[in-house]
Every structure is written in C-alpha cells, then in structure tokens.
Design a protein. Structure first.
Length: 365
C-alpha cells in the first residue's frame, strides 16, 4: 500500500456480491477496500482513515443505515469525500445529508459504471483540493508562529532597553555612555526585526509566485550569507565574542537564499538562548561540504525532547524556546531538498546541522 500512489476508495455494502462487483469495476484505477456494515467500516477507518480518500456506502443496510456512517465519518475524518448509493427515494434523509454538507454525490442503484467512474474522479479531485487547503492553512499557521518565535526576543529586548533609557535619562547624572549603548542595542534589535520581516515577506511572496521567480536576497555562497547574517544580527559585544566561524569547503546557495537566511538566523537565536546562562559561552559555526553546522555549549536537550523537535511544534517550548522554529526550519530545508539534523549531549552541547542537497552544493564547483 505504501508504494501505491493511487487514491483509495472504501466501499460499504452488506451484499458481498456488490462489494466484489465494485472492486472489479474500479480496482484497476483505485485501491479499493470493502466493508459489509457500518461498524466494520468504522473499525477499518480507525486504522486506515489516513489512507482513505473516498467513501462510497450503500444506504439501506440491516444493522445501521449508510447515512449514520456518513455522519460519523464527517465528524471524525473530514478529509474523506463521501458518496451514497441508494435505490430508495428517502427524500427527507437525503435532503438532510446534502444540506448538512456530508454528502458529495448521490449514486442510484443499479450503479451505472460510467457515472460512477466520473463521480469517483471528481471525488478524488475534491479530496486533493481539500488536502491542499488544509496544508495551506497549516503552513500559514506555522509561518505566523515562526515569525512570532523569531521576533519575540528582540522585540522584548527593545522594550527593556527603552525602559532602561527612560529610567537612566530621568536619573540625575545618568552616564551618557550607558544610555548610548542601550540605544545602540535597541537600534540593532529593531534593524534585525525589520530584516527578518522583510526576508519573511520575500520568502512567502516568492513561494506563492512559484519557481523561477527572482528577487529578495541575492544568491551567494554559504560564507557570504553567514557573514551578512552576523553583520545584521543584534549581537552584544559578549555574544559576538562567543561566536567562532570556521569555513572549510564553501558552497553556493543559489536556491531560496531568503529561506536559508531565516533558518540560520533561527538556529543561531536558539544557540544564543542555550548559552545565555553559561559562564563561558561558546558557539561555533562551521561551513563544510554542503552543510552549515552550529554547535553551542549550552545545557543540551533531553533525549525525549530531541525526538519530537522536528515533528512537534510545542514539544520543546520549555527548552530554550525551541519548537515552532525547528519544525518550520526543518520543513523549509525539506522544501528545497535538504534536511536538518539535531544532536545533543545533555548538560554539554547541542549541534544543529543544515544539510543542503547535492545539486545546490555542486553549483559552486
């Protein structure tokens, strides 16, 4: 089943011959599962709902009606497109199903093969459109959460610096150097927020426009991208001193440079938060053959948290602010053929590696 890309149709009918007829009629084009009662169908869906695209059910069955199945499926598995087969004109029930939005098509017995094939084709198409809309909503939610994740810390710093400047300015004989330093840090954080927002908007715009679009951050090498990021990131003198950069084999980043800049920015922000309480903070960034590796000497992450970091957006919200950022970064890396790997030694260090696809690496050769 895993290697079969055909859409899956679940057919429910209490007559075994009807199930065999349906499977024989459409089995060449679709993966077909059958059940001979509402309860049997629901039991099957408990394990396989994620793989079922379309449900076709008979209306009149001895134990429970097909309309009951449609209502339960609509509540539990809204991604499944539902069709009803009936030889009875139960007008009130049919109107209720249609008006309630649980029924996509009504098929009459005896089934007309051509009409059924057309209806199935439309149902599969509708299911894919529903899935695309759901994915778009999830992507939008993740994108907004990532933006909040990235901007929250620098914006909070700006607010704190502003309050500090206000207090110092009101104090008699406030050292001008302190006020100037706070203002500079506030300005740096504000510039960084604006830079992240601009890159984020460019990334979303280009992704929406499709492949081949130009604009946003210009392409360059990994070393150039990292240098530009460190110049724009709002680092204090102590934070910058804690960061070391080693360039081994540089490589070109010609695809999605805005995305890559956002990813590296997020990973660096996590590293800075991880070493915040260390007496001697250290963050090393190494550029190698097709990868960027960021290692910090923070407290590390619990193993059970690491396992969920790239799939659960809130699993590590208590571990240095990681969570949404890592999920979003991983999915962005995957979007252009790369991946993200996290290794940690609890109480010692965390290493995040951005692995880039071969075709990107070779562009610099």
């Amino acid at each position: 089943m895993d290697n079969d890309s055909r859409a899956c149709v679940l057919y429910v009918d209490d007559e075994a011959l009807a199930c065999k007829y349906f499977e024989r009629a459409v089995g060449a084009r679709y993966r077909v599962r059958t059940a001979q009662s509402v309860d049997a169908a629901l039991a099957l869906l408990e394990d396989e709902a994620a793989h079922v695209d379309v449900l076709v059910t008979d209306y009149r069955m001895p134990e429970r009606l097909g309309s009951e199945l449609l209502q339960e499926v609509a509540q539990r598995y809204p991604h499944i497109v539902c069709m009803l087969v009936t030889a009875y004109a139960d007008k009130d029930v049919l109107l209720e199903l249609i008006n309630g939005g649980t029924l996509f098509r009504l098929l009459e017995k005896p089934l007309d093969l051509a009409a059924m094939q057309t209806a199935l084709q439309l149902a599969v198409q509708t299911g894919r459109e529903r899935a695309a809309r759901r994915q778009s909503l999830v992507a939008m939610e993740e994108s907004l959460a990532f933006l909040a994740h990235e901007l929250n810390t620098p914006l909070a710093a700006i607010a704190n610096f502003a309050r500090g400047i206000e207090r110092r300015a009101q104090a008699a004989g406030a050292p001008q150097a302190e006020i100037g330093e706070a203002a500079a840090l506030m300005h740096g954080n504000a510039r960084y927020c604006l830079s992240v927002l601009a890159s984020f908007v460019d990334t979303v715009r280009l992704a929406s426009a499709g492949p081949g679009m130009q604009g946003g951050r210009s392409a360059g090498s990994a070393r150039q991208l990292l240098a530009a990021l460190l110049d724009s990131y709002p680092l204090s003198a102590a934070q910058r001193a804690a960061i070391s950069v080693e360039t081994g084999e540089d490589f070109a980043i010609a695809e999605s440079p805005n995305c890559v800049a956002l990813i590296v920015s997020s990973v660096l922000g996590n590293a800075l938060r991880s070493v915040n309480d260390q007496a001697h903070p250290q963050i090393s960034i190494r550029i190698g053959a097709g990868h960027i590796k960021v290692r910090d000497n923070g407290a590390g992450i619990a193993p059970e948290i690491v396992e969920q970091l790239l799939i659960d957006p809130v699993s590590a919200s208590s571990e240095g602010g990681k969570g949404w950022g890592m999920v979003f970064c991983h999915r962005m890396m995957q979007s252009f053929g790369g991946n993200l790997d996290i290794a940690t030694e609890l109480g010692s260090s965390t290493t995040v590696t951005l692995n880039f696809p071969v075709h990107i690496r070779n562009e610099h050769d």
